[in-house]
Design a protein around this ligand. Structure first.
Ligand code: NAD
Length: 427
C-alpha cells in the first residue's frame, strides 16, 4: 500500500499561486493519463531553499534583515534555470509556483533545463543603487552553493536587471577565484551577456502576434494594444507591437496608467521611464485609474506585470480577441473558461514569454563556448524556436480540441515525464 507522504503533510510552499499552478498541473496530468508516480513527483519542487540575511542601509547604523528564496523544481534534464525577483510580497509559495512554470516553459520550447526561480522579499523601488548592490551580493553569497553554470543559472525577473546580474556574476566569480560569466544570463554584453537578451521576452512575445492574428482574422495594421506593466517585458513588447503597425493605446505601471486612443508615443514613454524610473508624470495621454487598464476597448491585451490580474471579473469586461501573457501566471484559473467562451485566443505564459529564457539559453551556450553570435543570428533563431513551438502547440490544441494553455502544458509535461521515466528512480 502506497504511503502518500508528499500529499499528507501541509506543503511548506502553500500559497494561492502555488495552488493555481498545482490545480492546472493536476487537470492536465489527469487529461493526459500521466503515470501516477511521475505526477506525484512533479507536484513538488526537488529543492527549496529559504534564507534570511541582513544588509546595511545607506544610513550606516541601520541594518535590515530580509527573506530570500531559491527553488529548483526538476533537476532531471540538465541544470535548472529561472529568474530572480525582488518584490515586497515574494514568498516561498510564489517562487515554487514560478519554478514549476519554468520547468514546463523550458520543456515546451525544447531547452535542456529544469525550472527554477528565486526572489528576495523587498521593495526594489525603496532601495538606493548601493543598497540594491549590498542586498544582491549577500543574497548571492547565501545561495552560492546551489547556483553555478552546470547547476542553476539565474536571470532577471521583476525588480532585477542587467546590473543585478552583473553583481551576482561578480560575487560568484570572487568566491571561486576566476570569472564565470555563464553563472547568470541577462548580463551586460561587456560581461558576456548576449545581444538582444534585454528585448528578448517582449520581442519573442510579439513575434507570435502575426500568427495569432491569423487565427482571429485580425488586421494588425492599426490594431489597438493595451499593456499592463512597463518594465523589461512591457516596454519591448510595446515597441515590437508598434513596429508591426499596431497602436498601443494604453500602458500602465504600479504608479500610473495612461490612455491615448490615437496611440502612445512608446519611445517617449521609454525615455521618460529610463529617466524617472516610473510612468507617473508621463504626459503622453489621459491619466486613468490603474484598475481600468483592462477595461479599455482594444484588440490585443498584454498583461506584463504581476500574477493573478486577469480575474473572472476582468475577463468578463475584456474586449480584446487576443491575449498574450507576458507576465507569469497573470490569469486566474477561474478566468480561463470565461475567456475561452468569449473566443479570446489566450497565448499562455509558458509559451508566450518563453523568448526570454530562449535567448538566455543562447547566452549560456555562447558563454560556455566563448563564441558570440550576431544579433541577426539570435533574432532569427529566436523567431524560429518561438514559431515552431506555437505551431506544435496549436496542432496539439486542434487535435485534442482544447485551449492553447492545456495543449502547451501537455507538450511540456510529456517531455519532462519522458525524461524522468528514461532515468528511472535512484537508487
Ligand atoms: P520589471 O520589474 O522590469 O517590470 C515590471 C513592471 O510591472 C513595472 O513597470 C512595474 O511598475 C509594473 N508593475 C508592478 N506591479 C504592478 C501593478 N500592481 N500594476 C501595474 N503594474 C505593475 O519586470 P519584467 O522583467 O518586465 O517582468 C514582468 C513580468 O514578466 C513578470 O511577471 C515576470 O515574471 C515576467 N517575465 C519576465 C521575463 C524577463 O525576461 N524579464 C521573462 C518571462 C516572464
Amino acid at each position: 500500500m502506497k504511503r502518500e507522504i508528499l500529499n499528507d503533510v501541509t506543503r511548506e510552499w502553500d500559497s494561492k499561486l502555488y495552488d493555481e499552478a498545482l490545480s492546472t498541473f493536476d487537470r492536465v496530468a489527469d487529461r493526459m493519463g500521466l503515470d501516477a508516480n511521475i505526477a506525484e513527483r512533479l507536484r513538488v519542487p526537488q529543492r527549496a531553499m529559504v534564507v534570511t540575511f541582513p544588509y546595511r542601509l545607506d544610513d550606516y547604523s541601520e541594518v535590515e534583515s530580509v527573506f530570500g528564496y531559491r527553488v529548483q523544481h526538476v533537476l532531471t534534464m540538465g541544470p535548472t534555470k529561472g529568474g530572480i525577483r525582488y518584490a515586497p510580497d515574494v514568498n516561498l509559495g510564489e517562487v515554487a509556483a514560478l519554478a514549476m512554470l519554468m520547468t514546463w516553459k523550458c520543456a515546451i520550447v525544447g531547452l535542456p533545463f529544469g525550472g527554477a526561480k528565486g526572489g528576495v522579499r523587498i521593495n526594489p523601488f525603496d532601495l538606493s543603487r548601493a543598497e540594491k548592490q549590498r542586498v544582491t551580493r549577500r543574497y548571492t553569497a547565501e545561495i552560492i552553493n546551489v547556483i553555478g553554470p552546470n547547476k542553476d543559472i539565474p536571470a532577471p525577473d521583476m525588480g532585477t536587471d542587467e546590473q543585478v546580474m552583473a553583481w551576482i556574476m561578480d560575487t560568484y566569480s570572487q568566491q571561486v577565484g576566476h570569472s564565470v560569466p555563464a553563472v547568470v544570463t541577462g548580463k551586460p554584453p561587456a560581461l558576456g551577456g548576449s545581444v538582444a537578451r534585454r528585448e528578448a521576452t517582449g520581442r519573442g512575445l510579439v513575434s507570435l502576434l502575426p500568427v495569432a492574428a491569423l487565427h482571429r482574422d485580425l488586421k494588425l495594421d492599426g490594431a489597438k494594444v493595451v499593456i499592463q506593466g512597463f518594465g523589461n517585458v512591457g516596454k519591448y513588447a510595446a515597441l515590437a507591437a508598434v513596429e508591426l503597425g499596431c497602436k498601443v493605446i494604453g500602458i500602465s505601471d504600479h504608479t500610473a496608467a495612461v490612455h491615448n486612443d490615437s496611440g502612445i508615443d512608446i519611445e517617449a514613454a521609454m525615455s521618460y521611464v529610463d529617466k524617472n524610473r516610473v510612468l507617473e508624470g508621463f504626459e503622453g495621454g489621459d491619466v486613468i485609474d490603474g484598475g481600468d487598464i483592462f477595461k479599455l476597448d482594444c484588440d490585443v491585451v498584454i498583461p506584463a506585470a504581476i500574477g493573478g490580474v486577469i480575474t473572472p471579473e476582468v475577463a468578463e469586461h475584456l474586449t480584446a480577441s487576443i491575449m498574450l501573457e507576458g507576465a507569469n501566471g497573470p490569469t486566474a484559473s477561474e478566468a480561463d473558461p470565461i475567456l475561452h467562451d468569449k473566443g479570446v485566443l489566450v497565448v499562455p505564459d509558458v509559451l508566450a514569454n518563453a523568448g526570454g529564457v530562449t535567448v538566455s539559453y543562447f547566452e549560456w551556450v555562447q558563454d560556455l563556448q566563448n563564441y558570440f553570435w550576431s544579433e541577426s543570428e539570435i533574432v532569427a533563431r529566436l523567431r524560429e524556436i518561438m514559431n515552431r513551438a506555437f505551431d506544435e502547440v496549436m496542432s496539439i490544441a486542434t487535435r485534442e480540441k482544447t485551449d492553447l494553455r492545456t495543449a502547451a502544458l501537455m507538450k511540456g509535461i510529456r517531455r519532462v515525464a519522458d525524461a524522468k521515466l528514461a532515468r528511472g528512480v535512484f537508487p
